[in-house]
Structure formats: structure tokens, C-alpha cells
Design a protein around this ligand. Sequence first.
Ligand SMILES: [Zn+2]
Length: 161
Amino acid sequence: MARKKMTGKKLFLLYAYPCVKDACRDFLGKNYPKLNDKLRAKLDRIVENDEDPTAAFLAICFPVRVAQHLEYARANGLDPWAKKTVQMSWRYQHRNKGACSVFACAIVDHAKSTVSCKGKRFTTAEVMCGEKLLLVLNYYNLPLRNNLLVFVHQRVIIEIE
Ligand SMILES: [Zn+2]
């Protein structure tokens, strides 16, 4: 999908989305919050069509994470939906167990293999996160090269530095 101009709210969604989509559940593992079918369909449509979500919709889908994000912005006197604030919030404030943290990783092999998710093919990349080699999914079809620094959440590449 060719992406239009990135906004703070869109970027927030790209980071949060791998927590709910079931397209690649086998690849990504478990621990997904439950969303009803209607919300999930709307979420999928917004990501698929590269739309700008509203802050209210993000708060419905990701209440805990949005609350943390707003608190981070408030405490630091930042505009919560500025792209830079969203980047800082996810890259450096989001630390949970296992894959539910954001890691900065270097690409070792930008086209390691492909996987099929809901009838579409996606490339996987091998990345070095700290001392660990990980296989991650290029779900957003970003233009990857070896040695690039990328930010990974839930084993999905979200952003290129
Ligand atoms: Zn997470």
C-alpha cells in the first residue's frame, strides 16, 4: 500500500494495530485485546485505506495505550497528536513483556522469506535487536534495505528511522 502523508494519529494506529489484527496471528503469537467485529472491520478499513483515524476512535480501540500516551504528552507539555510526540511515546515509553515493546533493530536480511496472511504475501526480514536475531514482518510494505534502522512492535516493522 502506498502511503500518503503520515500524521500523528495514523502513526499511532500503525504502532497499535499489530496488537489487534488477526491476519497474521500464527506468525505473531497471542495476547490480542478483544475488539468486536464492527470495530475490527472499521480498524482494518482505516489501515487498509491509509485514512486518518480520529482520536476518539483510537481511544475506543486502544483505551489503555491512549490513556498512557495522553498522560505522557500532558506530563511533558507536548501536543499529543503531533507526529513527533507519537514517535517519542511509542519508541521510548512503550515497554511491556516480550514482543509488546518497541525495539530499534538493524536489518540484517531485508528479504529473508515471505509469509501468507489472509491471502496476501508479506516479506519477512531478519533483524538484530540488541544481541538477538529476530524474524519480523514487513506488514506495511516499507522499502527496506540491509543495515537500515527500523522500529519494531509485536514483530511488525512500524517505521524506518
Ligand atoms: Zn506493545
